[in-house]
Ligand binder design. Structure first.
Ligand code: SF4
Length: 320
């Protein structure tokens, strides 16, 4: 992560692109800096201004456009915080904001304005959240999220998971992470060691939007995660100009299932401020899903969903 590219000028220079033709947003970059690891950069095509990986991390000039429908907290995280860093939205499961740090900065991220500074950073500060989980037997699953939970060192992560494991009514551990994709070397012996040993049923949800993100290092990382006994799923976001075609999404889904990863969700973009230029029409998303259902086995077709603040689950997107 120390070697990652941290500004758009260096990003464009590394890809031999002219900053005059690909205008960037200084405001957007000031609010949410560029962060692109070299391992992810190595999968981008030099000289291609439309590279689908580059477009996910480059603050385009459109980020500065204001639209009142695009807001800082589109999914209502602030309203469901039960203890510092503990979000309780859905029955039976809670989400811990384990880290405010990510292995990559995705420009469309719905948490790009999240106040990570207030999330706990040590085990002592996690105690109120752990107490809340301990005292609520209706909770069976804990989701480690962020930021990216795998940016936390293994000693702290395994300590947190060990403490969760001592709570008898916790059966499942879910980890939402993009690190095995953007820096696959993060999946090392130490991480796999404590994951393998955990008594909890393990679910790892990756975030991959385009088949070009999956190189041989990512395949290797996925295999190692699977060998810990974890079930590996993927969630993608429908992104205009990046994966909003049956061809692109079909290629992603096939690549995923060939790695033994289930394409779990395709999310309609959350309307976070600065991300309007990524939004694709729901009608287009539905048409793509219809195409995929005709050409892929059922397990390879993701559920097309949207998160609506206050709803008891993700809302399926279906034809009107
Ligand atoms: S890795 Fe996830 S949490 Fe981090 S910026 Fe990307 S989408 Fe957001």
């Amino acid at each position: 992560m120390k070697r990652a590219i941290r500004n758009s000028k260096d990003l464009l220079a590394a890809l031999e692109l002219d900053p005059e033709t690909l205008q960037t947003s200084a405001d957007g970059e000031a609010q949410f800096p560029v962060f692109a690891p070299l391992e992810f950069l190595s999968r981008m095509q030099a000289g291609d201004p439309n590279d689908p990986l580059l477009l996910q991390v480059l603050p385009r000039v459109q980020e500065s456009e204001i639209d009142p429908d695009f807001v800082p907290d589109p999914v209502g995280d602030a309203a469901v915080e039960r203890a510092p860093g503990l979000l309780h939205k859905y029955t039976g499961r809670v989400l811990l904001i384990v880290s405010g740090v990510c292995g990559v900065h995705c420009r469309y991220c719905f948490r790009r304005h999240y106040p990570y500074g207030s999330a706990p950073k040590s085990i002592e500060r996690w105690l109120p959240a752990l107490d809340t989980i301990q005292n609520d037997p209706s909770i069976h699953e804990v989701i480690l999220s962020g930021g990216d939970p795998l940016t936390v060192v293994d000693e702290h992560l395994s300590d947190l998971v060990d403490r969760l494991s001592t709570i008898a009514h916790i059966k499942r551990l879910r980890i939402h992470t993009r690190l095995p994709v953007v820096i696959p070397q993060r999946v090392d012996e130490k991480l796999c060691g404590w994951l393998s040993e955990s008594r909890l049923s393990k679910w790892i949800v990756l975030h991959i939007n385009h088949a070009q993100e999956i190189d041989s290092h990512v395949v290797h990382a996925i295999r190692k995660l699977q060998q810990t006994g974890a079930t590996v799923l993927n969630q993608a976001v429908l992104l205009r100009g990046i994966n909003d075609s049956a061809e692109q999404l079909g290629a992603l889904c096939e690549r995923l299932v060939d790695c033994g990863v289930l394409p779990y969700y395709l999310h309609q973009l959350d309307r976070v401020s600065g991300a309007k230029h990524f939004e694709a029409d729901r009608e287009k998303g539905l048409a793509i899903l219809t195409q995929l259902a005709k050409s892929l086995p059922g397990y390879a077709v993701p559920k097309y969903v949207q998160e609506i603040a206050g709803q008891p689950s993700k809302s399926p997107i279906t034809p009107d």
